[in-house]
Design a protein around this ligand. Structure first.
Ligand SMILES: [Zn+2]
Length: 255
């Protein structure tokens, strides 16, 4: 793929970096990323991936834009309240970068569709707000050997990691970290728990950086590490996640 004159101009600040350059930019334009959830995390994530020129963005979300979403879901707009989020996202992305093809999946991730969705992309970014989706993506990304970059939010905190358990030792999966989903009544969701909107912005933006690093093979992968952000203390810290040999998904004892 040869970059056009307009693309040389648009991506000039990438092209000038030795770590990206023309080769890296062409790699991004040829990449296919699946973003699950066009909400608080998906908003900055999709905007930055689109701006960076990730060529194909698949978006999974069955929800409609609600006025109460706009406090944190900066991809959407007041005039698009009531529209499907995947449609609103497509319009927002087209306005940022017409180089990007958007594939809309107005559905929830289920056991029936998860495999086909994951298989159609190079990498999956999970910005969903429920454990059923998280576990399905964990299974399918492991089986199909796709990097999974997952973020989660609580009112003033965020977590982020990259999962590549198919690489073996030192590379845990989400279930090595959380074996079973917590009981549903213990899981606060944004709709009921509240959240400082900008916290979602921080985490979705960090997630975009990690997606771009994985696509370009830059720096250190977060695989094997959980990054935690505490907004009230303004602190970041990282912990090492061990691979669980008895993990039902990726453990050697499970085979
Ligand atoms: Zn595991």
């Amino acid at each position: 793929m040869e970059l056009t004159e307009a693309q040389f101009h648009r991506y000039a600040r990438h092209l000038i970096l030795d770590e990206v350059g023309e080769e890296g930019q062409e790699k991004l334009l040829a990449s296919r990323v699946l973003v699950v959830g066009a909400g608080g995390l998906g908003s900055p994530l999709l905007l930055y991936l689109a701006a960076a020129g990730v060529g194909t963005l698949g978006i999974v979300d069955d929800d409609h834009v609600d006025l109460s979403n706009l406090q944190r879901q900066v991809l959407h707009a007041t005039e698009r309240v009531g529209a499907l989020k995947v449609e609103s996202a497509r319009d927002a992305i087209a306005a940022v970068n017409p180089d990007v093809a958007v594939e809309r999946h107005a559905a929830r991730v289920t056991a029936a569709n998860a495999g086909a969705l994951v298989a159609a992309y190079d990498l999956v970014a999970d910005g969903s707000d429920n454990f059923a989706t998280r576990y399905l993506l964990t299974e399918e990304c492991y089986r199909l050997k796709r990097p999974l970059i997952a973020a989660a939010l609580s009112p003033f905190e965020g977590q982020l990691s990259t999962f590549r358990p198919y690489l073996g030792e030192g590379h845990p999966c989400y279930r090595c970290l959380f074996r079973e989903p917590p009981p549903p009544d213990l899981v606060p969701r944004c709709e009921t728990a509240g959240i400082l909107g900008a916290v979602a912005g921080v985490m979705g933006t960090l997630q975009a950086v990690e997606v771009l690093k994985e696509l370009l093979g830059l720096g250190d992968s977060l695989s094997g590490t959980l990054l935690m952000y505490d907004a009230l203390r303004t602190s970041f810290h990282r912990i090492t996640i061990p691979k669980d040999p008895a993990c039902p998904t990726c453990g050697t004892a499970a085979a």
